[in-house]
Design a protein around this ligand. Structure first.
Ligand SMILES: C[S@@+](CC[C@H](N)C(=O)[O-])C[C@H]1O[C@@H](n2cnc3c(N)ncnc32)[C@H](O)[C@@H]1O
Length: 259
């Protein structure tokens, strides 16, 4: 998928806040593993040398509520690890940086922060494909269900002359897709992940960690529920484009200019 658009804001019926149960379920099934990897891998010896402030960044946090659950879980995991290593976790002061694109509804995010949160909260607007924080300033960077978005549509996919032309489709499901299409998506993903990891490599402190949850399918799997959902979405989008073109034509005939 290309160019991740911010989720629907607010707290209404169609908002992300009320339509992120699927991501919540996936997160629930991974939360113990996340805590476990933190306990296994955080290098407390290095971290304590930089003081009591413990910084966490959620990259592609959206509006909530999933981000709040994830931050609480990370704080629990960090606390347990400090305890195990003989450092009093109550001395820690957590700061969470909620990051998303500029157009994300940060107002709803901040309005719904849990009243009993155990951290200082700050918003960081901008794209995670580039630098977001100073050198060596983040202890744990976390990202869930956000890195599947590509930074842009690979241009070969929309070029009718290219062997990788994707015939107007908005994704690749595997069934009947050409290897050139797969190659174009894979090359873009590699380039994006390279940029993402390079930026985080500069930002994460010595002893810190990055935790990524990303949806995926095993190699060779051609039929999966996300593919079906995207094909359905693709057909809706195509219908909307056709309708809007028809509308423009009629307006032009009537001498009205449309944007
Ligand atoms: C499906 S939501 C996931 C939200 C939350 N992490 C969760 O697990 O429920 C994906 C989020 O990633 C954000 N996103 C996509 N591309 C981004 C980028 N380049 N930089 C920052 N955020 C991005 C979108 O705006 C969106 O809010």
């Amino acid at each position: 998928m290309a160019a991740g658009a911010p989720m629907k804001g607010g707290i209404g019926t169609y908002s992300y806040a009320n339509n992120s149960q699927r991501q919540r379920e996936e997160y629930d099934s991974a939360k113990n593993l996340i805590k476990h990897v933190l306990i296994q891998n955080l290098d407390v010896k290095s971290l304590v040398s930089s003081g009591n402030a413990f910084t966490i960044a959620d990259l592609g946090c959206s509006i909530g509520p999933n981000t709040f659950l994830a931050m609480e879980n990370i704080i629990d995991g960090v606390g347990e690890k400090y305890d195990i290593q003989g450092h009093n976790p109550t001395n820690l002061e957590f700061q969470v940086f909620f990051n998303d694109r500029v157009a994300n509804d940060f107002n709803s995010l901040f309005a719904s922060l849990p009243v009993d949160k155990r951290y200082y909260a700050a918003g960081v607007a901008g794209s995670f494909w580039g630098r977001l924080f100073p050198d060596s300033s983040i202890c744990v960077a976390y990202s869930s269900f956000a890195l599947q978005w590509l930074s842009k549509i690979p241009k070969e996919l929309v070029d009718k002359e290219s062997p990788a032309w994707n015939k107007g489709k908005i994704h690749y499901t595997g069934r009947g897709a050409k290897k050139e299409v797969v190659g174009a998506y894979a090359a873009q993903f590699e380039q994006d992940m390279d940029a993402f990891l390079n930026a985080r490599g500069m930002e994460i402190v010595r002893g810190g960690m990055i935790v990524i949850l990303i949806p995926g399918v095993a190699d060779g799997v051609v039929a999966h529920s996300s593919g079906v959902a995207l094909t359905f979405l693709e057909s809706n989008l195509c219908d909307m484009v056709k309708e809007s073109n028809k509308c423009r034509k009629s307006l032009r005939k009537m001498g009205v200019s449309a944007c």
